[in-house]
Unconditional design. Sequence first.
Length: 211
Amino acid sequence: MSRDFLEAQLRENKGKSSNAALRREARIPAVVYGGKEEPTLLSLSETQTQRFLNSHHVGSALDLVIDGEKTFVLLKDMQSHPVTQKVLHMDFQRLMADEKIKVSIPIFLTGLDQVQGDAIVQELLNELEIETLPRYLIDSLNLDVSSVQVGESLSVADLPIFTDENYTVITPHDSLIYNVIEPTAFEEEEAEEADGVETVEATGEESEGEE
């Protein structure tokens, strides 16, 4: 099965000035490490990388094509500009076919706009940490909540992946992913939170007066 890929070029220089020069050329500095090999400095096309990131994220597996040769990697980390959100640097980890890897995969709830009645789905967990072999890596967990009812909930232990022998789930098994409540319960929770904030603010004002 073919995988998504990014084309990369080798680079020799490192440091802030070198990286800044690359960015002016619309290229992103990157590094790939692991797999019992020395780290390799790379640069990526900003345009191609942005297209890739439209449907992928940190934790996604892909092929890096370096000088025509494919290297199976995991997008391990990514640094972005705090204002422009432009990608500044990317870290990739080489994947070995027979070595398990720990990753956090995002959880997406689908069908939220189709939930019946006044039920409110509270999202409580947005990622799942697992350990698996590279060939079993998945990009995300998509859970359909369109038919849920008030009073229902889903925990990590309820997921099919929890009983799949190809995966070891590291996230606590009793962690709730979501629960379904009535609007009144949701409003009461919000009111309690607001009361808590007001109490803290009032206490803070009294403390300031004493000083």
